[in-house]
Design a protein around this ligand. Structure first.
Ligand code: SF4
Ligand code: F3S
Ligand code: FES
Length: 253
């Protein structure tokens, strides 16, 4: 069964833009990205959209549908009211390049600021041994497809451009948490305190655990409960542990 639906699609660039109305055919089983492609093929050949896999795995097609951060390729038309206009807009937190395409380089900058895994001394790759529970814990975070919908949603930066320099966002705080809970990461031996950098360099304290990031994650990663809250707990334990405090004071002398 097919029907005609009304869409309002944001058209413009960094200098400004507006919602443009379109009437487009919708067929059974289609997702919002199918509609955008039909729009390109029939009425708006210059409409810019970023996509790649159409299978919810590349993380490219992030945008907002009726104001909600979504993957265009995983949002079924059947989940939207057929008699109301569907609004498609670019992610709000990142600068628009053109139409539905945003400049997500903020995220690459933040990614580069997290030092990678530091291998343990005296062990070669292949000699690493870990408990299965530790493997499973970080496996959840590795499902991330870097769609940046969580980064787009978090209120700390969504309407607060001024917070961007001091806040890495849920995706990269999760990366710090993953490395901090890795039993073989030798950061501390190398003089890197990941809990301290989470607080002082990545803005962990600015997260007030609203869980909006978790709600929009297409991989259903429990970002807040399994990464951010445990990292906050460990960072606080460290800060208020009298032995750690004394050790830090002595080592600073
Ligand atoms: Fe996307 Fe989830 Fe990864 Fe955030 S954690 S970038 S929402 S897949
Ligand atoms: Fe933002 Fe997620 Fe924390 S939405 S405030 S990072 S719980
Ligand atoms: Fe790859 Fe949507 S096109 S996630």
């Amino acid at each position: 069964m097919s029907y005609l639906a009304n869409f309002r699609v944001w058209r413009g660039d960094s200098s400004g833009g507006a919602l443009e109305p379109y009437e487009v055919e919708v067929n059974e089983g289609e997702v919002v990205l199918d509609i955008v492609h039909r729009l390109q093929a029939t009425q708006a050949p210059d409409l810019a959209v970023r996509w790649n896999c159409k299978a919810g795995k590349c993380g490219s097609c992030s945008a907002e549908v009726n104001g909600r951060p979504r993957l265009l390729c995983m949002t079924r038309m059947s989940t939207l009211p057929p008699d109301e206009p569907v609004t498609i807009t670019p992610m709000r937190t990142f600068p628009v390049l053109r139409d539905l395409v945003t400049d997500v380089s903020f995220n690459y900058t933040k990614a580069r600021e997290v030092p990678s895994f530091i291998p343990p001394a005296g062990l070669k790759p292949g000699e690493y041994r870990m408990q299965q529970a530790d493997v499973n814990r970080s496996q959840e975070f590795r499902k991330c497809i870097e769609c940046f919908l969580c980064q787009n949603t978090c209120h700390v930066v969504r309407d607060h451009e001024e917070n961007k320099p001091s806040f890495s966002g849920p995706r990269f705080l999760m990366r710090v948490a993953e490395l901090d809970m890795h039993p073989l990461d030798a950061a501390e031996d190398a003089g890197l305190d990941r809990k301290r950098t989470a607080q002082e360099e990545h803005g962990l304290g600015m997260c007030n655990i609203t869980k909006c990031c978790t709600e929009v994650c297409p991989e259903h990663i429990k970002i807040t409960d399994n990464a951010l809250i445990p990292l906050k707990e460990r960072a606080v334990d460290r800060k208020y542990d009298p032995l750690v405090w004394l050790g830090a004071k002595i080592s600073r002398r």
